[in-house]
Design a protein around this ligand. Structure first.
Ligand SMILES: [Zn+2]
Length: 270
């Protein structure tokens, strides 16, 4: 079955991983701008990273017929330094019209601090001004529920935001309803350790149905795996879900969500 991995950090993965993704049936990858595991020293590091996501990673993926799209922004882990974040946000417009950019992401909260909120407000404002799609990272573990509520409150206060063009990612059992009830797309991340397993994702689909749900690997430089979406497909098949529902979750839904971006030019595979 063809599938999208709508959230994967290709820059952190080897070429062998890309080959494996293609062999498993992946046709499109979405790569949100992320934290490298250490704090960058200045705006130039971000600038080069945005070049990597818009110039180099698409070429690496194209070798395996993987269409590479990306999201650009300041991630929550680096949003605390508001002055640096302001400089980075100032250089975003230069990149947002590049042909593989879907919108602004992944942005959001990590520890739910005042400075993170200040940076996030600037990013949401830029997205709203430019009519960009948005992809939100929600915090980890104990901070997730409060952080998700804070993000949704911020968005609710901005009449310019079109909820059908926003994904609230890394949803878990206690937050997915918040995103879906307010009309957003909900991302479920399949991680071997934290976030959700393929089994828990299947449980959530069984409770909430397949509408506006995206599943992704968020594979990065830590413990995570590019086979996460195929693992989910297998769990769904073993539970007897029809192929049409599985295909909707891993192919039709991300296609519909990505299609709302002016730069998305993918020709669907039969
Ligand atoms: Zn991510």
């Amino acid at each position: 079955m063809y599938f999208f991995d709508p959230h994967i950090h290709v820059a952190s993965r080897t070429t062998d991983d890309l080959e494996l993704l293609a062999k498993m049936g992946c046709v499109v990858v979405g790569e949100p701008a992320f934290w490298p595991g250490f704090d960058r020293s200045g705006v130039n590091s971000f600038y080069d990273y945005f070049r990597q996501l818009t110039e180099w990673e698409p070429k690496r993926c194209a070798q395996y017929r993987l269409a590479h799209y990306c999201w650009l922004g300041v991630n929550a882990k680096e949003a605390e330094r508001t002055e640096l974040a302001r400089e980075v946000i100032a250089c975003l417009p230069e990149f947002l019209d590049r042909p593989n950019v879907l919108g602004i992401g992944e942005i959001g909260l990590n520890k739910n601090t005042k400075n993170e909120v200040a940076t996030l407000e600037r990013l949401i404002d830029l997205a709203a001004q430019r009519n960009e799609q948005m992809l939100f990272h929600t915090p980890h573990l104990a901070d997730k529920y409060a952080g998700t509520r804070m993000i949704l409150d911020l968005l609710r206060g901005d009449a310019r935001v079109d909820r059908s063009r926003v994904c609230i990612d890394h949803c878990e059992e206690h937050t997915i309803r918040l995103a879906l009830d307010e009309g957003y797309w909900a991302g479920i991340t399949l991680y071997p350790t934290t976030k959700a397993t393929p089994e828990r994702a299947a449980d959530m689909v069984e409770v909430y149905g397949p509408e506006r749900i995206l599943v992704n690997s968020s594979a990065d430089w830590g413990p995570s795996r590019p086979s996460a979406v195929p693992d989910f497909i297998l769990v769904m098949r073993r539970r007897g879900h029809p192929e049409s529902v599985i295909r909707k979750l891993v192919y039709d839904n991300p296609l519909e969500f990505f299609n709302q971006s002016r730069n998305f030019q993918f020709t669907p595979r039969a």
